[in-house]
Design a protein around this ligand. Structure first.
Ligand code: ADP
Ligand code: MG
Length: 346
């Protein structure tokens, strides 16, 4: 389908962190440029909508950045969606205001497609709507998990237990290996009766016993712990009360080297350690293994991409998702509210 001479409303997710008026990481923005470029080259009037949550975010900086990258044409930037509380309340009148005088809607904001907000799920019900190039690419790439090339290895880390455990459960029958690192692993150590000291854990998580009984679950075999005197590498069942697990250890990396070398598909979400405090070695070493594997690699997650910045910049993975929560929910549900609703009004 060709879109020409139309007034097009385009939802993007340019909610990127900034420091001192400079964009920290432009990846999410850059990924949306092909859709905008296509629309401008085809003589459409383009109305861009995004939300911004960072207090430091400066709309002008964003607009200057994209204007430099895009061809000449009629492009307009509407105010930050979340300036209006009707966006998050999924208010229909607000959606109607957004689509006023527009011919069609394009959603290229994969990272918010799991949110039932007005610009995501109500706007597409009002005018003809389509996925943008980025959204299509995300769907195509992440869908590789549903009929995976085997062996398929899923790597999960980080700290958001609530959003990551459903994915572990969902993938128990699909993935050949599920490696659990980061703070996520602490919950499993605890379930096995190990002392985890002062390590980060979610006290409320349930259903771990059943997961632990599965043969495809892999946990770290050594961890880096921090105490008053510094750091030590040890087996996870030897952690003391006053210690904190902060990273995965070298034996674990060696073990994963064998697994990843053979994997044909690798999906990774969540850092392996508390990288903000400098415990980034486990994450970096694992990234090297993933990058050097001949398997197809897909990586995503807000903090994950931040920790893996160097690798992402150097194009070391086959696909880097712009979604964090959206990526996880898509992998669990095989679709998302913002995707399901596209094309419902024609
Ligand atoms: P993502 O944003 O990539 O989905 P999460 O938000 O789930 O990842 O988790 C990222 C956070 O997890 C980071 O702040 C990191 O410091 C933390 N983390 C990872 N491993 C540990 C650990 N062992 N102890 C404490 N925090 C950890
Ligand atoms: Mg995060």
């Amino acid at each position: 389908m060709r879109i020409r001479n139309k007034k097009v409303l385009v939802r993007v997710d340019w909610n990127v962190p900034m420091t001192k008026g400079k964009i920290d990481d432009t990846y999410r923005i850059d990924q949306t440029l092909p859709t905008l470029e296509y629309l401008l080259k085809n003589n459409n009037d383009v109305y861009v909508i995004t939300h911004l949550t960072d207090q430091e975010s400066n709309f002008e900086v964003l607009v200057n950045y994209v204007n430099k990258k895009l061809p000449e044409g009629n492009i307009f930037f509407l105010p930050n969606l979340r300036n209006d509380d009707r966006e998050e309340k999924n208010n229909l009148i607000f959606a109607k205001e957004l689509v006023k005088d527009k011919d069609l809607f394009i959603n290229d904001a994969f990272a918010v497609c799991h949110r039932k907000h007005a610009s995501v799920v109500s706007v597409p019900k009002l005018i003809p709507s389509y996925p943008g190039l980025l959204l299509k690419q995300e769907i195509k790439e992440l869908s590789k998990a549903f009929k995976p090339k085997k062996p398929f290895t899923l790597i999960l880390g980080g700290a958001k237990f609530g959003t990551k455990l459903p994915l572990v459960k969902e993938m128990l029958n699909t993935a050949d290996h599920i490696f659990i690192g980061g703070a996520l692993a602490n919950a499993f150590f605890k379930e096995q009766g190990y002392e985890i000291g002062q390590s980060l854990v979610d006290q409320k998580v349930k259903g771990l016993k059943n997961i632990l009984s599965k043969k495809n679950i892999i946990l770290p075999i050594d961890v880096v712990v921090k105490d008053k005197n510094g750091k030590t590498v040890k087996e996870p069942n030897l952690v003391n009360k006053d210690e904190i697990i902060v990273d995965i250890g070298p034996k674990t990396i060696k073990m994963m080297s064998g697994v990843l070398k053979k994997s044909k598909l690798i999906i990774w979400n969540g850092p392996m350690g508390n990288f903000e405090q400098g415990f980034i070695k486990g994450t970096n070493d694992l990234a090297l293994l993933v990058a050097n594997s001949s398997g197809y690699s897909i990586v995503g997650g807000g903090d994950t991409l931040y920790a893996l910045k160097k690798f992402v910049k150097a194009n070391k993975f086959n696909f880097v998702s712009t979604g964090g929560g959206a990526m996880l929910e898509f992998l669990v549900s095989k679709s998302l509210p913002g995707i399901d609703v596209l094309g419902k009004k024609q």
